[in-house]
Design a protein around this ligand. Sequence first.
Ligand code: SF4
Length: 379
Amino acid sequence: MSLERVSIYVHIPFCARRCAYCDFNTYAWRGGIVRDTLEAIRLSVENVDEPGDIVVPTIFFGGGTPSFPDPELIVRILDAIRSRFRVLPDAEVSVEVNPGTADRARYSLLRQAGFNRLSMGVQAFDDRLLKALGRIHTANEALRAYETARQVGFENINIDLMFALPDQNIQQWQKTLRTAVSLQPEHISCYALTVEPGTPFFRMHQEGLLNLPDEETDLRMYRYAIRALTRAGYEHYEISNFARPGYRCRHNMVYWRNEEYLGFGPGAVSYRRGVRWKAISNPRRFVQAVRNGSSLVEEQECLDANASLGETIMLMLRLRDGVDVPAVEARYGVRLAERYARQIGKLQRLRLLEVTPDRWRITAKGLPVANSICAEFLA
Ligand code: SF4
């Protein structure tokens, strides 16, 4: 029996309060549904059919806010994963935390239970901006949460930051980056705010109430982040992600290489053997389906080799190492230069893509329009 490497994602769809920009599948938590959902997630792990041929290199608990009022329930899910799957001894086991719902006992329990990487949603070290975003913590609370995480033994910490925020200027962004760097986390993510339909920010934007930085400022902020973080010793290894050597997020690398993963929890996505499916998003319906033993699949899509290849190129282009041409050719049995001659010809002419026989990489000029470049390969 050959073993397959399959990562695991667990979605905890609850937060203390929803942030004004958030379009994730998450709900402000109330009462028994939280406990019921976490129990149902654990049961859905225990009920997995025949996981014997799977080894698990990475696990990621995201959300939502898994740094939860009752972390025991999170630990029970992790224990269920360990007893149902062969988790590799050196597996990366991450948990997302919100600095507003964290304390020493909680962090300590998560660390003791085997979580070895913490991803902290800080977004900005600026109280006015945090308030505008609807975050439940202050900059000082984020600093304290970070210190606490270190003290209880987390040696691999990511800090999530956002830029191009309403009324944010370049100096504020520089200060946020300086503070983040001064903490010396192993990993920093920097995402530009996107205003998503259905969010309070979207409505405010339509009513002209959101004073967003213009495109040029947005670009300056992004370029500044690249300069400042690489100068501070971080590798810019993905469009929005920076890591100290040896600390790339192994779980996200699975996504960017279009490798396989199983998702547990409401709305969690899985991708295995060319099929992608999404679990029921609504927590109540998810719990009901687990209790009834009925299907948890809300949506399913079968990807043929061509669609899968296009997605692999698109995702790998996000990596600064770019597309590993020989590896992708071996995986799909195609000559990439022939299959994508039109796209690479055009992108090379525009100096957006650097092409060698072994690698395709987005150039520095191409980075600000990376999403459009990646989309070229989906057609
Ligand atoms: S904490 Fe994260 S998941 Fe929860 S509402 Fe805010 S942005 Fe969304």
